[in-house]
Design a binder for this molecule. Structure first.
Ligand SMILES: Cc1ncc(COP(=O)(O)O)c(C=O)c1O
Length: 509
């Protein structure tokens, strides 16, 4: 069904018969399914697979993207631990191959490696022993994942009533749940208070006032943290760097609002102020940003203690630990992160003469991201000629920006692999696009894929577990894909596929 094969031929540019020049050229000779691919172009435009083809495509590839020596090979750090390719080149996860998964679950689908996700959660819990680790539910949440991370020893941070409802349905102990959000409604605050969440992270003076009155009315005294803005601009894309001053989250330390917010909470008898919360951004690879943020938050912590005589007991450094989306990314291990952050905090507390508070972090994508890949089926393949004789292969799949908005939203980079078979065709510069009515409907901007990729092939995009399903939409009335998990060769559905009937059921006009 997925067969596209390549043969060796000796063709010179423009020649039809055996060539006289140079070594053999690998020419894709497609089966009938592959005739829309690059095959026909290869015969007439290139004389040396490692020469002109690579020269053309490499000139249009971003600097970080090298032509792969083997286009079938996987880069392990992009994939969950249970993923490999079998001898036929078929991608397999935890003992189940993607052809089987596609048959059972359909495409597109998000495929989670349960053991891998659990192992990543466990690795954080172990590396940060003595800290509290809260899984950031916004990265991906369903009841099964809420249960898995809780079973591995993590708390959960939620930022809406909807996320809280999922966690409640999962039966997670709400004392281990934190409620975030820059604009929580009264109903959400009430849901959190009545549910007994372990901490509420306040984000505005309005909210401090509202929460204090609601807590007093309910006769409760919630544990509260104050979200601060440290002024640190993490090394990441502007829209996901949340700690610089000109943004909606938190109270500014430098402007004095953070201290005023702490004092307001401290003075409200209905609120139990426990500490400071800082989150500096996402997809962060070095400790420098955390170091500056920790220094500033701890100075605030000491300043508050100096004014009130009270040393708050807790400090949360947020999430944002980077993962590998492409070969250009080399994330640190949780163990290395733990050592770096603990060293920074210990040194700073010693310098300020304050006790080290109870620490916590909130990793999201570092747990859910690499544990899942998105599986798509190729629909159409189009060769687009660029100026200067270069070309790009547009590979359109049956999903797109509705199931992964990150590329369109903030130019996120991804990788992809041909998942349903091995190919001997040469690598060509490709762009994996979706089926939406948008030129910007791009899933993977730049990747080398085999030249013979064609209709019906399966393509897998690694590191799709975080902020893909959780940010998915129904743009163009496309139903959202299911989330399935694989463990010991068995497939389970975590979130079923949405149907057009689901969408029509909402349309009651
Ligand atoms: C407050 C807070 N904590 C944790 C996270 C998780 O970030 P990441 O998934 O990059 O680890 C976020 C992400 O935006 C956040 O806003």
């Amino acid at each position: 069904m997925y067969q596209c094969r390549t043969v060796l031929a000796r063709h010179a540019p423009g020649e039809r018969g055996p060539g006289r020049f140079g070594p053999p050229v690998r020419v894709a000779t497609a089966t009938s399914k592959c005739r829309t691919g690059l095959a026909q172009f290869l015969v007439v435009t290139h004389s040396h697979v490692a020469g002109s083809i690579h020269a053309d495509v490499a000139s249009r590839a971003p600097g970080w993207l090298a032509v792969p020596p083997d286009v079938n090979a996987l880069l392990p750090r992009l994939w969950s631990a249970g993923v490999s390719k079998d001898r036929d080149g078929v991608l397999t996860v935890a003992g189940l191959d993607v052809v089987e998964i596609a048959e059972q679950a359909g495409t597109p689908a998000y495929v989670v490696d349960e053991a891998d996700l659990r192992a990543r959660a466990r690795a954080f819990a172990e590396a940060f022993a003595g800290w509290d680790v809260y899984y950031a539910a916004k990265s991906f949440l369903c009841t099964a994942v809420a249960r898995w991370v809780a079973e591995e020893g993590l708390g959960i941070d939620v930022c809406t009533g909807g996320e809280l409802a999922v966690v409640q349905r999962a039966g997670v102990d709400l004392r281990r749940v934190g409620l975030h959000g820059n604009n929580k409604s009264l109903a959400e605050l009430r849901q959190g208070l009545l549910g007994g969440v372990g901490r509420i992270i306040v984000d505005s003076f309005d909210e401090i006032d509202r929460l204090g009155r609601l807590a007093a009315e309910l006769g409760l005294r919630p544990r509260v943290m104050v979200r601060v803005t440290t002024g640190v601009e993490a090394h990441t894309h502007e829209y996901i760097a949340t700690a610089h001053e000109d943004q909606k989250f938190g109270f500014s330390i430098s402007g004095g609002a953070a201290l005023a917010a702490l004092l307001a909470c401290h003075e409200d008898p209905a609120l139990d102020l426990v500490g400071i919360h800082s989150h500096i951004g996402s997809q962060i690879f070095d400790a420098e940003g955390f170091e500056v943020a920790a220094r500033r938050t701890l100075r605030l912590h000491a300043d508050f203690a100096g004014r009130t005589g009270v040393e708050m007991g807790e400090l949360d450094l947020g999430g944002g630990f980077g993962i590998a989306y492409t070969s250009a990314d080399s994330p640190a291990t949780p163990a290395a992160l733990a050592v770096a952050l603990q060293t920074i905090i210990d040194a700073e507390c010693a310098a300020l003469g304050v006790a080290v508070p109870h620490l916590s972090i909130e990793p999201g994508r570092a747990i859910s991201g690499p544990s899942a890949f998105a599986l798509y089926r190729v629909g159409t393949v189009k060769q687009v000629q660029l100026d200067g004789g270069a070309s790009r292969l547009y590979v359109a799949v049956d999903g797109g920006m509705s199931d992964n908005i990150r590329t369109a939203l903030y130019a996120a980079e991804y990788s992809a692999t041909l998942a349903s078979r091995r190919s001997d065709a040469p690598p060509v510069l490709a762009r994996v696009v979706g089926k939406h009515c948008e030129g910007g409907d791009i899933l993977v901007r730049d990747e080398f894929l085999p030249a013979d990729i064609c209709h019906d092939d399966l393509v897998a995009v690694p590191a799709s577990g975080a902020y893909s399903r959780s940010m998915a939409s129904n743009y163009n009335h496309v139903p959202r894909p299911p989330v399935v998990s694989v463990r010991d060769g068995r497939l389970s559905t975590l979130i079923r596929r949405e149907t057009v009937a689901d969408l029509l059921a909402l349309d009651v006009g």
